[in-house]
Ligand binder design. Structure first.
Ligand code: ADP
Ligand code: MG
Length: 187
């Protein structure tokens, strides 16, 4: 599903060049649950962000489902990214939209009819135990609840790949479990 070949990423910053990752080769098969572990600053986020080209590799290639991400046109890349969900440490929910409307938003952009988007969003909220929170705004949700909304928002697009970058590191300890439980169920 994901093949990383000879990947390197060098950042060009004010203080000069910094190579965050290099010589990365790995294959992640369809259905695999694959974890990347390393110290802070080791390059984990860089590596994950190179998979959907949020960072453009300096060297090497990334194949998702057999296709080189670097060979895609802008339009093809946008389409490919719709099939790659990503969950960040910060929840990145839209603060002016309810939990339900955060989930329907990308669906509607992708051309799904409102009624169908709402139906799918409600099913997903129910799946992660948040059916009662559909009208809540992000500011009215706990960190764990926000992250569960963010996870199902990504799932609503029926992605082939889900990338998680430290999805529990911004949470209070008592909320980590509920997010991990959702991830385990998903896996
Ligand atoms: P991790 O996620 O494992 O903590 P990162 O991938 O975020 O590591 O960062 C790896 C290294 O690259 C760090 O030393 C970080 O300071 C550096 N880095 C990350 N992003 C940038 C950037 N946009 N510009 C310059 N250096 C960066
Ligand atoms: Mg990181």
């Amino acid at each position: 599903m994901i093949e990383i070949r000879n990947l390197a990423k060098t950042y060009h910053g004010a203080e000069g060049d910094f190579t965050a990752v290099k010589n990365i080769n790995l294959t992640i098969n369809d259905g695999d649950i694959f974890g990347i572990i390393g110290l802070s600053g080791a390059g984990k986020s860089t590596l994950v962000r190179c998979i959907n080209l949020l960072e453009v590799p300096t060297e090497g290639d990334v194949l998702v489902d057999g296709r080189s991400m670097l060979s895609l046109s802008r339009r093809e890349l946008l389409a490919a990214r719709q099939k790659i969900g990503m969950i960040f440490q910060g929840f990145n929910l839209l603060s002016q939209r309810t939990a339900l409307d955060n989930i329907t938003y990308p669906l509607e952009i992708a051309g799904v009819k409102r009624a169908q988007a709402v139906k799918r969003a409600r099913e997903l909220l129910d799946m992660v135990g948040l059916a009662e929170k559909e009208k809540s705004y992000p500011s009215q949700l706990s960190g764990g609840q926000k992250q569960r909304v963010a996870i199902v928002r990504a799932l609503a697009m029926e992605p082939e790949v889900m990338l998680f970058d430290e999805p529990t590191s911004a949470l209070d300890p008592e909320m980590i479990g509920e997010v991990l439980d959702v991830m385990k169920a998903l896996a």
